[in-house]
Design a binder for this molecule. Structure first.
Ligand SMILES: Nc1nc2c(ncn2[C@@H]2O[C@H](COP(=O)(O)OP(=O)(O)OP(=O)(O)O)[C@@H](O)[C@H]2O)c(=O)[nH]1
Length: 297
């Protein structure tokens, strides 16, 4: 039987409903809310299985007005990520319509040769009559292959998009084995929670130069889980900072991340964190794919 597998990038202004849609498509809560804005890099945030298709939903950092150099790099990475995807889903809040912020995203997208599918979200908040003019306005700015009108909140119209996505994926083997899918969210969650703590407890470029991978995730007979995570840094100085004096910082990162894990997984967790220096980790494509990242900020 032929299988299909590919990437679908979600692009949209903040609040368009990305997280809600992902959660509906995958049935899992994966998006992490961090007090520091813009912590989201390009990564697989959901795996959608439909018929013989695996659709890897990838997130992009919120498209925002870049001020600092770093912000610009993040936005560039968002676009690069989206470029690698097979389909770009342009998510629009139908209630808000085409305000400036949205226009900027659409215009940037128009400059790139992508397969763009327009997704008008929050149809439960507008009348059908408002959707047609909005579709016309948007498709005048960027050529779109398909238009979907749906409500991520109620689920109305979502199924039609899922079917089209599944059919549009290129033929190929699944990148994530089906068996792994059950614990994939938890593995990603563990890595994300550690990364979130790096964001909160270190400064400047360190969070952006570090990546976290869950090496092993084992359920134990007593109902607890044993998790091993590795933080990869690209510079020796960063390793020392992350570990901190007498291991203080890494301990604190581990404690806070573990605390959150216990809360979200609702069972005892044992978390072991390693810090490894690996110059150029961000260029190792296979490694990046393995953790759902695909950029090189
Ligand atoms: N009525 C309605 N509300 C929605 C729908 N989809 C999302 N929302 C709401 O819109 C708000 C933003 O949704 P999120 O899913 O957090 O949006 P996001 O695009 O992930 O936002 P950022 O994380 O800021 O990029 C939330 O209050 C959602 O509950 C929808 O289809 N209908």
């Amino acid at each position: 039987m032929t299988t299909r597998c590919g990437f679908a990038a979600l692009v949209g202004a903040p609040n368009a409903g990305k997280s809600t849609l992902i959660n509906r498509l995958t049935g899992t809560k994966l998006s992490i809310v961090s007090p520091k804005a813009q912590t989201t890099r390009f990564r697989v945030i959901g795996v959608l299985m439909h018929d013989q298709s695996q659709v890897l939903l990838v997130d992009t950092p919120g498209i925002f007005k870049p001020r600092r150099k770093l912000d610009r790099a993040m936005v560039a990475a968002a676009w690069t990520g989206s470029q690698d995807a097979d389909i770009t889903l342009l998510l629009i809040d139908a209630k808000v319509g085409l305000r400036d912020e949205v226009r900027a995203v659409v215009e940037a997208l128009a400059k790139q040769q992508r397969r763009v599918w327009l997704v008008l979200n929050k149809t439960d908040l507008v009348t059908p009559g408002q959707l047609l003019p909005l579709t016309q306005e948007l498709s005048a700015l960027v050529p779109v292959e398909h238009v979907f009108m749906l409500s991520a909140r109620t689920g109305d119209g979502v199924e039609a998009m899922v079917q089209h996505l599944a059919d549009a994926m290129p033929e190929g083997p699944f990148l994530y084995p089906e068996d792994d899918l059950t614990d994939l969210p938890d593995r990603l969650l563990a890595a994300e929670l550690v990364r979130e703590q790096i964001f909160m407890q270190t400064h400047e470029e360190i969070p952006y130069q570090a990546t976290v991978e869950t090496e092993s995730f084992k359920e134990r007979e007593d109902g607890s889980v044993r998790i091993e995570a590795t933080i990869y840094v690209s510079r020796p100085g960063h390793k020392a900072i992350l570990i901190g004096e007498k291991g203080q910082r890494i301990r604190s990162i581990g404690e806070k991340a573990r605390h959150e894990l216990v809360r979200l997984l609702e069972r005892p967790c044992h978390l072991f964190i390693n810090v490894k220096e690996r110059a150029g980790w961000d260029e190792e494509r296979a490694r990046l794919r393995a953790i759902g990242l695909d950029d090189s900020v």
